[in-house]
Design a binder for this molecule. Structure first.
Ligand code: EZ4
Ligand code: CO
Length: 405
């Protein structure tokens, strides 16, 4: 018996920020949803799906998830990269959603069943100065979080990515005709960050898990210096210390510190992290489910990581939709080497479009037990929020030269 794909459509909606959503419908009337959002490059993925993959999906058997993955991955002459892999990831999520609905089980049951009862989660705290940051950490603890990523401002700079200043949102995808430009000062950051994170540790005591994200801003020497100066803070991890391409040189950093490292939110395939995993240059692999080809591929990355005692900790920002978060939770529940899920929460407008069955309780998330991925998409609501062009900011050194993401 085959379950034929009869309709494929792409929705672009902007309830507070842009999301690209794939809808696949089968001849027996099942609708599956996939997230295809790539922050700041949304329409490229929408076009890749609409113009290139959707026509080839029509008539295929929706039950053949792995074969469809291989068909689009191996069948493409121009393979890999964030646009291609997010598009394949969206199809993969929609097909897992369909299979769960067809069999009337949540996706985590299809992946082998629960390997844990609930998924530890962390969120973000941000403040321009130490008192503001401590307030933000306290609010997160009051909400029940047991793990918090702490980011602060840097003296002399006007803005810092990931940090609130006044009422502005802290991880803006600035709307407009081009990216906002920010300054960056590595020396000031290296002097300041250890003081701030020590103050946070002193304030919260030993139990709260603390994380910090460097957003690819340092070279390996600077990263080693930062890591060593943070050893007493007892971080759960230090994230993205160097640019993503800079992999072999991480060995020098590993020789100088035992601080746990997390890397990988910009990776798209196992080939992007194979060296980091097999040389054990990281402790946590952070590929987002949709950005690395969906559940079908990320579970293979996690299987490789398991052999090297590396744990999964997927990217989960508010710039990918609740469909991706839900997929990550189903995979996480069923995967033994899954450490923690990033969860920033969503603007209330987002839940007008995406109604999700996952639940947050006491610092942990659970995907819920609805069939499939458990996310309902309200298409009328989606249509009320048209796409708006938006970019992540870029940063320059004080001399005006471009800084890495
Ligand atoms: O900056 O998702 O760990 N989380 C992060 C994110 C990223 C954004 C980029 O689109 O680094 O918040
Ligand atoms: Co990050």
């Amino acid at each position: 018996m085959t379950r034929k794909i009869v309709d494929v459509d792409v929705l672009v909606t902007s309830p507070s920020r842009n999301f690209v959503t794939l809808r696949i419908t089968t001849d027996d009337g099942i609708v599956g949803w996939g997230d295809a959002t790539l922050n700041g490059r949304e329409l490229a993925v929408a076009s890749y799906l609409r113009d290139h993959l959707a026509p080839a999906l029509l008539g295929r058997d929706a039950d053949r998830i792995e074969d469809t993955w291989q068909y689009f991955y191996r069948g493409a002459y121009w393979r890999r990269g964030p646009v291609t892999m997010a598009a394949i990831g969206a199809i993969d999520l929609a097909l897992w959603d369909i299979k769960g609905k067809a069999l009337d089980v949540p996706v985590y049951q299809l992946l082998g069943g629960a390997a844990r009862d609930r998924i530890l989660t962390y969120t973000h705290a941000t403040g321009w100065d130490v008192p503001e940051l401590l307030d933000s950490v306290d609010r997160r603890r009051e909400q029940g979080f047991r793990a918090v990523r702490a980011q602060s401002g840097v003296p002399g700079l006007d803005k810092v990515y990931g940090v609130t200043k006044g009422a502005a949102s802290y991880e803006p995808a600035g709307r407009g005709a081009g990216p906002v430009e920010e300054d960056w000062d590595t020396s000031a950051y290296l002097r300041h960050a250890p003081k701030v994170l020590s103050a946070v540790r002193e304030h919260v005591g030993p139990d709260l898990k603390l994380l910090h994200d460097v957003h690819h801003r340092l070279n390996p020497t600077e990263a080693a210096r930062l890591a060593r100066s943070l050893e007493d803070v007892d971080l759960f991890w230090l994230e993205d210390v160097t640019p993503a391409e800079n992999q072999r040189l991480l060995r020098t950093l590993r020789q100088q510190t035992t601080i746990p490292l997390a890397i990988g939110e910009v990776f798209n395939t196992v080939w992007d992290c194979e060296h980091l995993i097999t040389e054990r240059l990281i402790d946590f692999i952070r590929t987002a489910v949709v950005h690395a080809g969906g559940i079908s591929h990320v579970r293979k990355i996690l299987a490789l990581a398991e052999v090297y005692q590396i744990k999964g900790a997927p990217h989960g920002p508010s710039d990918v939709s609740p469909i991706n978060l839900s997929a990550s939770l189903h995979l996480g529940l069923a995967t033994s080497n899954f450490a923690i899920q990033e969860y920033m929460g969503y603007d209330p407008l987002v839940s007008e479009v995406f109604q999700s069955s996952f639940r947050f309780e006491d610092g942990y998330l659970h995907p819920g037990d609805e069939p499939g991925l458990g996310v309902h998409v309200d298409e009328d609501a989606a249509a009320r929020f048209p796409y708006k062009q938006a970019y992540l900011p870029i940063a320059r050194e004080l001399d005006g030269s471009m800084k890495d993401w």
